[in-house]
Each structure stands twice: as C-alpha cells, then as structure tokens.
Design a protein around this ligand. Structure first.
Ligand code: NAD
Ligand code: MG
Length: 398
C-alpha cells in the first residue's frame, strides 16, 4: 500500500555530495517521489538552482539573510516554494507531517537534532549522517524503536551489511547465525604512505579520494581512517553488534562494499560500482528495487579484488574509535567533536595531517565520560570536547 501513493521526500543537506546524488535518483522516478523540502546551510545559489528544477514545497537555509535572498530569487522566477531559516526551522521541517521519507545528509554533529526530529516523527529515515548516530547511539536507536521509524543505512558499507543480513536481524547477530561483520575500507589515498610522508599531506591531497567523490570532511576522515572508526561505531549501533564482532578489511578497489559472515562458514557480500546512488536508491525504494542510474558492474574490468589488514600504527584513528566505543557513554560524542575540530583545523592549514589523531587522542583523554542516556549530556559532551580541542589546538600549531 505504501508504494501505491507518491512518497514525499525531504532532503536534509541537499546541496552536498549525498544530497545531489539523492536528487539525481529521485528525478529518475517522478511517479514515485515528490520533494517536500530541501535544506542547505550556506550554499544559497545551489539551493536556488535545485528549487528551480525540483520545485519543493519548502526550502531551508542556515541564516535569515540568505533566506531573504532565496525568497526574492524564487519569487522572481515565479516559484512559490516557502523559504525558512535557522536550526528550529530545520528540525520542524525534518519532523513535518507533510513528508514520508527524510534523507539525513547533513555533515557532522549539526545533523543530530534534525535527524532525531525525523526519527521521533516516525519517518522512513535514510541515514547518511553517521556522526548523528555515533554521538547519540543508544538514545538514537531507542527513539527509532519507540517512534516506529524505519531506519535504513545509506553509508555504503552499512547498506551492504543490511543487504547481507536476514530481514529481521534485531535481538543480536548471534541469534541469526551471524558471527562477524566484515567492514571494508578503501584505505584512503595514503594507504601505502610512510609515516614521514603522512606528515606532509596537504588538504588538497586528502580531499582527492581514489574511488569516491565526497564532501571535504568525510574525505579527510577517509584519509585518516577515522571514517572507518566512525563506521565501526555506527555498525555496532545499527546491527546490535559488539565492537569485536566487526572486522575492518582494507579493500582498495571499493567494489565489495562489506560482508556478513555466518556460523556455517558462509560469507555474504554486496558488490557494485562505488556510486552512492546505489545505497540511496535502495533506501528510497526498500523493499523494492529501482533504477539508480549506476552502470552495471563489469567484473572483467575490475579483474581482481585485494584484501589486507589495516595498519593502526600509521592510522591510529581506528584504534581511537574502538576505544571510545569500549568506553561507552559520551565517549563517542567526544571523539566525534574532537575529530570535527581537528579536521576543520587541518583543512584551514592550522593542523598537520599526522596531528589529527594526536589531537583527538589528547582531547579524549582530557574529557570525562558520562552517561549518554540524556540528549543534554550528549550535547554537553560535544560542546566540552570542542572547547577542549580548540584550547589544545594552540599547543599543536606552535
Ligand atoms: P557535504 O559537505 O558535501 O554536504 C553537507 C551538506 O550539509 C550540505 O548540504 C551543507 O549545506 C549541509 N550542512 C553543512 N553544515 C550544516 C549545518 N551546520 N547546518 C545545516 N546544514 C549543514 O557532505 P557529504 O559528503 O554529502 O556528507 C554528508 C553526510 O553523509 C556526512 O555525515 C557523511 O559522513 C555522510 N556520508 C557521505 C558519503 C559520501 O559519499 N559523500 C558516504 C557515506 C556517508
Ligand atoms: Mg562509508
């Protein structure tokens, strides 16, 4: 019955890499989807262009000043999209009764409140914004359960694992005969680089990922392997797994998107070209399948699949994430906040590449771990860690 009528979709972070891919898939299926709302932070020109093409009912920007500009631009074009601004508007739109599906594709901790608003409104939530789940894990998953939201992972690895697990996988993996989740990692652009070479990495080099074209923050995370660390935490929450049930496997071709290993020796993998439109289309159409505009996988061209163990000596972020997950409570929120500050400082040339894990480790050590049952505790941990990271940055930049 669900698919008999048009699904109304809201895209949070529409102007980003995931947002654009989402609009690309949606535009291929005008009979299935209609856009309710598009949101962006500062990219008002891009949002205007998207409004001209997709005609959403609502558009949201970060600042009132930009919203005024967009209102004028759309009025001039004769488009009656309602334009709003600010964090409160963002969360209202995310939980609005006028949409069925919410793509959570804002970057970083800024996505937590609107993503939670969508969950609490019981939406079908397509989760790209892994930081939101990493920060608030238990609370987030409880809200999904309590409000009957349908949570579909868009992160390619988690989407792959979701496809490799039995439809009903709640209640722990072991119950369903799953012994291990194999989380693949491209290894990033510096997989083979020595410790000495890593010291001199520039933001431009870090943002040029070999297999995926992504936003700048996640590109840096992929290069430090913090992205895989955040994904390890994400997998634990999404699939009710212990950290030791998740094995990171470096796979430079990014063709196997992840795997599930079963007690009978079976390993089920999901393969495909590295194109985020595949998991996005899966999330939009689930349990059906739709065209994503992705070229069929040519295995003869791929020719070989390589696998190796990650090197945690050169890429300590993976270990830091594992430790934060083990510490529990607000520790992952602290890790995430410290990393966001470190990555921003690196992109501003205020911190060296090899110093990102050093700063994150140092902030994690300095910040106390609290219970994360209350949202206020999560938000406080985020704020304290940011302040601590900014304070410590001075030491690192001298
Ligand atoms: P991006 O930087 O390209 O886009 C981010 C979007 O969020 C933009 O629309 C921006 O306007 C909006 N935004 C940024 N800061 C905001 C704020 N403070 N308030 C409101 N909106 C804000 O990022 P991306 O690569 O599209 O990634 C988005 C999310 O998806 C991230 O959490 C990332 O980890 C996750 N993800 C991305 C990919 C990928 O291939 N790009 C893959 C897996 C997961
Ligand atoms: Mg991923």
């Amino acid at each position: 019955a669900d698919c008999a009528r048009i699904q109304r979709v809201t895209v949070l972070g529409a102007t980003g890499s995931i947002g654009k891919s989402t609009l690309d898939v949606i535009a291929r299926h005008p009979q299935r989807y209609r856009l309710h709302a598009l949101t962006a932070y500062r990219s008002r020109e891009t949002l205007r262009d998207q409004c001209l093409v997709h005609r959403p009912e609502v558009a949201v920007l970060g600042e009132e000043r930009d919203a005024d500009w967009l209102r004028d631009a759309l009025a001039e074009a004769g488009i009656d999209t309602q334009v709003r601004a600010g964090e409160a508007a963002l969360s209202e739109v995310a939980g609005s009764a006028d949409s069925d599906v919410v793509m959570a594709a804002i970057m970083g901790a800024a996505g937590l409140m609107p993503t939670l608003a969508a969950v609490r409104a019981g939406k079908r939530v397509l989760l790209a914004n892994k930081e939101a789940l990493v920060m608030s894990g238990a609370l987030f998953m409880d809200a999904v359960e309590q409000h009957g939201a349908v949570l579909l992972p868009i992160d390619s690895e988690h989407n792959a694992i979701y496809q490799c697990l039995p439809t009903e996988h709640r209640g722990g993996l072991v119950r369903h005969g799953v012994t291990q989740l194999l989380l693949t990692a491209s290894g990033g652009p510096f997989r083979d680089w020595s410790q000495a070479q890593l010291k001199a990495v520039t933001p431009e080099q870090a943002c040029a990922h070999p297999n995926w074209s992504m936003g700048r923050k996640i590109s840096v995370d992929s290069a430090t392997l913090m992205n895989k660390g955040l994904e390890l935490i994400e997998a634990c929450w999404l699939f009710d797994a212990r950290a030791d049930q998740v094995q990171v496997v470096v796979h430079p071709q990014s063709v196997v998107h992840s795997m599930a290993a079963y007690s009978d020796g079976s390993v089920i993998a999901q393969l495909g070209n590295p194109d985020m439109r595949t998991p996005i289309a899966y999330g939009l159409a689930w349990p059906e399948r739709i065209d994503a505009g992705v070229a069929p996988l040519d295995l003869f061209q791929v020719a070989r699949l390589d696998f190796e163990a990650p090197d945690e000596a050169r890429f300590p972020c993976l270990r830091l994430a594992r430790e934060a997950m083990a510490a529990g409570g607000t520790a992952p929120a602290t890790l995430n906040a410290a990393n966001e500050v470190a990555v921003e400082a690196f992109l501003d040339a205020r911190l060296g590449f090899a110093e990102i894990p050093r700063l994150v480790a140092s902030v994690c050590e300095a910040c106390e771990v609290h219970s994360a049952h209350e949202l206020s505790a999560v938000l406080a941990a985020d704020e304290v860690a940011r302040r601590e990271a900014e304070r410590q940055l001075v030491r690192f930049t001298s």
